[in-house]
Design a protein around this ligand. Structure first.
Ligand code: MG
Ligand code: ZN
Length: 186
């Protein structure tokens, strides 16, 4: 049977969103309960995969090697806390590049699906932005919007644009609990 995944956005879901971008490990601050949430997930039969837009690379604000190093540190810290991140996929492009991987485009998810043989229709996407929700809908996965990071402002904008009816959670821990509750209903 194909694997299922919980795709996590990074900024505003796992770590504090910075309007000026996370440019070094010093600027990477885990959100409250994010590590708890990842520990809860680790015990479950899901691939835990981070998909993140990092246009700061294309803008020359942070080097791609630095982003990779930040992710290595993030994974190590998550593992130290008893959690697990199976892979991180990032889009390094500028919005004007019109690439196929910048969310809401499905490229990062499609690549992960190939690499890990994931059934996207039985997977989840947790994000703090409409682009995460839109990406989830594009790949046929279940979106969950969190209220951390840009979540509140994005939610207000979604309501104004009639993009309603998607589950929302206070934070990543709330999203994980929502997913596990759904699991128990099957
Ligand atoms: Mg985000
Ligand atoms: Zn891209």
């Amino acid at each position: 049977m194909k694997a299922r995944a919980i795709f996590l956005d990074r900024d505003g879901v796992i770590n504090v969103n910075r309007p000026d971008h996370v440019k070094s490990w010093d600027e990477f601050v885990f959100l409250p309960y994010a590590l708890t949430a990842l520990r809860k997930l680790a015990a479950r039969d899901f691939r835990v995969i981070v998909t993140t837009n990092q246009a700061a690379i294309a803008r020359g604000l942070v080097a791609e090697e630095t982003v990779r190093a930040i992710h290595a540190q993030m994974i190590a810290q998550v593992e130290h806390a008893g959690g697990r991140i199976d892979a991180v996929y990032f889009c390094p492009h500028h919005p004007d590049d019109k690439c196929g991987c910048r969310k809401p485009q499905p490229g990062l998810f499609a690549q992960a699906a190939r690499d890990f043989k994931i059934d996207l229709a039985r997977s989840f996407v947790v994000g703090d932005a409409f682009s995460d929700v839109a990406a989830a809908l594009a790949i046929g996965a279940q979106p969950i919007l969190v209220m951390t990071g840009r979540g509140r402002e994005q939610h207000a904008e979604m309501i104004a644009n009639n993009h309603t009816g998607h589950p929302i959670a206070d934070d990543l821990l709330g999203a994980v609990e929502w997913i596990l509750r759904e699991e128990n209903r099957d």
